[in-house]
Design a protein around this ligand. Structure first.
Ligand code: GDP
Ligand code: CA
Length: 319
């Protein structure tokens, strides 16, 4: 079976680990990764979501943190601080730096981000084909108003430095409107047997991938069933601040509202957590098949069970 999954960072990566445990060796998984979180620091290109997927599936992730490398050291960061060079709020460890050096060196030599990602995956062997959503530069910015007035900040600054404490007024994936899907992305979607939306952030992860012209249209037109898993449980994100960015796009932070925002033209099936069982009827009334199952990714087996439920629902809604 050919499975395509759209993925952000932590939520996407953890789900994919369960999906890999749930499928067989004959199944092929293509992951279309969000690159709207990418940031340039110290002349290096950092791709947090691609790296989280690569490190998580390749066994190099810092488990508790959910991002960055295991057994990390911080000498470069300390040295940068001595020079008074920031940003101090963004954590790039020494081992992680190597990834960004290799990536940036290859990009400077003229390779595309997809080629670079493929090269990095030769080391990490994630067990999936990892494609960036686009080789073109896309950067999500967030409009905020604080004591400095109304301004746009890079998504990473909003999330990591400001902890999403100030309201997001608008989310703009800068560059998305002229970005092209990376090679292989549209083909993978068209040829998929199943398309999955892991419990990734619906606005700044999945939403950004869908904002690349052609991708949303390809998913909607794909013959494969499309099944999503809710990142919202009991009216709140399991982790992170998805409620803040959902508010910016006028969507309530509930499993039901997120499903309806994707809509029946895009998703055929939707999984909510058992605590949200009461919302199943409303989602189904909107034309999306819905089931309530445990959606907490507490360990790989629990996550594999979520993946099995998503694949089972895909079979039920297959046209
Ligand atoms: P990011 O790029 O690191 O923010 O990661 P993603 O966009 O892929 O995923 C973030 C989303 O994962 C958040 O909105 C969380 O609510 C969701 N999430 C994290 N852990 C779990 C979990 O155990 N179960 C579910 N259903 N969602 C989760
Ligand atoms: Ca992210």
């Amino acid at each position: 079976m050919r499975i395509v999954a759209l993925a952000g960072g932590i939520g996407g990566a953890r789900f994919l680990r369960g999906l890999l445990a749930a499928v067989g060796p004959q199944d092929e998984i293509t992951v279309i990764g969000n690159t709207g979180d990418d940031i340039h620091l110290y002349g290096l290109k950092v791709c947090p979501d691609l790296d989280t997927v690569m490190y998580t599936l390749g066994g190099g992730i810092h488990e508790e943190q959910g991002w960055g490398r295991t057994d990390e050291t911080w000498s470069i960061k300390a040295e940068m601080k001595e020079y008074g060079v920031g940003p101090e709020w963004f954590g790039l460890g020494d081992r992680d730096f190597a990834t960004h050096l290799v990536r940036s060196q290859m990009l400077t030599a003229g390779y595309s981000l997809s080629q670079v990602t493929e090269a990095l995956c030769v080391r990490w062997k994630p067990g999936v084909r990892l494609l960036p959503m686009s080789d073109d530069r896309v950067e999500t910015h967030v409009r905020i108003t604080d004591e400095q007035g109304t301004r746009a900040v890079h998504f990473q600054e909003y999330w990591v430095r400001l902890h999403a404490e100030v309201d997001a007024e608008a989310i703009v994936p800068v560059g998305a409107d002229t970005a092209k899907p990376a090679p292989g992305v549209l083909e993978a979607i068209a040829e998929a047997d199943v398309i999955l939306f892991p419990p990734s952030n619906p606005v700044v992860s999945i939403g950004t991938i869908l904002a690349v012209p052609g991708i949303r249209e390809a998913v909607a037109a794909a013959p494969a069933p499309v099944v999503g898993l809710s990142p919202i449980i009991g009216g709140a994100p399991v982790r992170g601040m998805a409620d803040k960015v959902l508010a910016a796009v006028g969507v309530e932070a509930t499993a039901e509202a997120v499903a309806l925002d994707y809509g029946p033209a895009l998703v055929d099936g939707w999984l909510v957590d058992t605590v949200d069982e009461a919302s199943v009827a409303a989602v189904e009334a909107a034309g999306i098949a819905c089931r309530a199952v445990p959606l907490l990714m507490t360990d790989v087996e629990a996550t594999a069970e979520m993946a099995r439920a998503a694949l089972a629902l895909a079979e039920q809604v297959r046209k």
